[in-house]
Design a protein around this ligand. Sequence first.
Ligand SMILES: *Cc1c(COP(=O)(O)O)cnc(C)c1O
Length: 396
Amino acid sequence: MMTVDDPGTVVAPEHVIPVMRPWLGDDEAAAAAEAVRSRWVAQGPRVAEFEAAFAGRTRASHAVAVSSCTTALHLALALAGVGAGDDVVVPSLSFIATANVVRHVGATPVFADVDRATQNLTPATVEAALTPATRAVILVDQAGVPADVDAVRTVCDPRGITVVEDAACAAGATWAGAPVGSRAELAAFSFHPRKIITTGEGGMLLTDDGDRAARARRLREHGMSVSAAERHAARGPVLEQYVETGFNHRMTDIQAAVGLVQLAKLDAIVTRRRALGERYRRLLGKVPGLDGAVMAGDPPGGTTNYQSFWVCLPPGFPIDRDALLGVLAARGVSARRGIMAAHLEPAYAGVAGRALPVTERLTRSSLILPLFHDMTEADQDRVVDVVDAASRGQAS
Ligand SMILES: *Cc1c(COP(=O)(O)O)cnc(C)c1O
């Protein structure tokens, strides 16, 4: 068995295959420069334009641009009326922001287990985690694999529990032929560079409810009754009011300008990622010991955007996950551990409450392999060759 102590070959930095690289170019640079030259750099006309374009692309009635997916989720919970004394069911197997936002509104996260094929919550795992105080569920489309929102709503709607979709990774994924985000009451997206399209930092909140959209716009801007953009556009003086305690969750116009260019590339990005993702599935399926392994792919009823390509090493695979990460690094392949589990982090020590066997197995045995828009098939072959050699106990 190979160990991390085996340093193997050291690869020159320029030959290292990154785990992710955003597809950004001159068009994004020009759009950002134009926003700067216009001197309107904070939330303004480009943010409004980006919201309209994103709502159109996701078939949502309202899109509210914010500073991150974390702040979008924070607003979603606030709009759902979640606060102190409430429980919110979340997967532990998620980026930690999913659990953190529950605490940001003073509520308590309750961890539920996930399905091993999709890494997502299911009606059964949600039901097992409900308490008399459950007020909301945050349903994550993990790594861009869409969750079954309708099935979870069947459990939650009759109980008056709001389902918030954490679609941070899921722009461009679909369910029943429709873009992800259109079936939850509230859905949140991320534009961090690790996600499908990027604005540097940024997020978007979708809702079909006009009153909630209006309140979200107010809450993101200090609780102001009139936005700065509206005040600027008005002919006469407009006196704003601060009707409730708000936040500064605004996106800038520089970010929105970049987002508009990125959104126009979304289809091309998803098409390319799906081709590479399916190719990974074919090639890795031939690696000894990985035949039949659980890895990223389309769930029944939906299509993934392959935001992250993860593979879970089966029991008995000849090299363990951490050792394999070491071998990949030594061969110039920047891979990552799989999705984290919040309940195993110090910040959530002692919170679990129930066994999360699937979560623990996935987080300890899975890894994320490089996948980015301009990755070549030769890059991908190099990654698979390292995994293949390691599976045979060779140093590649
Ligand atoms: C990345 C991520 C977030 C946080 O997104 P930010 O835009 O960085 O705040 C939240 N939830 C999930 C599932 C994520 O992957």
